[in-house]
Design a protein around this ligand. Structure first.
Ligand SMILES: [Zn+2]
Length: 211
């Protein structure tokens, strides 16, 4: 089942490794196809993984296909898919600058023009809960409201998109923007975009997300 999606999912994970957004088997990613979700398995290193080691689960988390265990973060992925119809693919990364901001438990304010049309606005920090718990899934869904990206307290980030390629690009954009913001904070006082610009850009995000 879903051979092409499994391959694209693995390519995404390898790209995350190459970009140093995750190491080994950490982080995870998924693609939704109707009532099914193709999801990375738990504890399998991406560089040695074969596409057919990817798992297929339904929206309740029951395994449909695959010999491995689904990622421990499956509740988070399924929670986002259930809450957000426009989410077709998810990338969860442990990238350095997004994680640094998440450790500070500071949101990413609207300081970069590119972020609002792609991710919706200020990027909030989901309240802390242990990795793999339903509490974390609930906190993520809550902080992700009206956004395509979120920071996870003391953990990392999650972004979704209309395709796995778009979810990865959103994740890279979030990482770059957190890096710029943290560098700006060290040099001085970051200045936010004008409010009316943020509103216009948020309208663009709202219009584009359903396409
Ligand atoms: Zn994680």
């Amino acid at each position: 089942m879903y051979e092409e999606e499994k391959k694209r999912l693995l390519d995404t994970c390898i790209e995350m490794i190459n970009l140093e957004m995750v190491i080994g088997s950490s982080g995870n990613a998924s693609i939704r196809i109707g009532e099914h979700v193709v999801l990375t398995p738990s504890s399998v290193h991406y560089v040695t993984m074969a596409p057919d080691e990817m798992m297929v689960v339904d929206l309740e988390g029951e395994t449909i296909e695959g010999e491995r265990n689904p990622s421990v973060e499956k509740h988070m992925h399924l929670g986002v898919y259930k809450a957000r119809e426009e989410a077709k693919a998810i990338v969860h990364s442990h990238s350095i600058f997004a994680s640094a901001l998440a450790v500070l438990r500071r949101p990413l304010p609207t300081v970069i023009d590119e972020v609002v049309p792609k991710l919706g606005g200020e990027i909030r920090v989901a309240e802390y809960a242990m990795s793999g718990t339903k509490d974390l899934a609930n906190h993520v869904v809550e902080a992700l409201d009206m956004r395509s990206g979120v920071l996870l307290a003391n953990h990392g980030s999650l972004c979704f998109g209309k395709s796995i390629e778009e979810a990865l690009l959103n994740s890279i954009l979030l990482e770059r923007s957190c890096k710029i913001y943290l560098m700006a904070l060290q040099a001085g006082t970051p200045i936010e975009l004008p409010e009316e610009v943020v509103e216009d850009e948020a309208d663009i995000w709202d219009m584009m997300r359903s396409y």
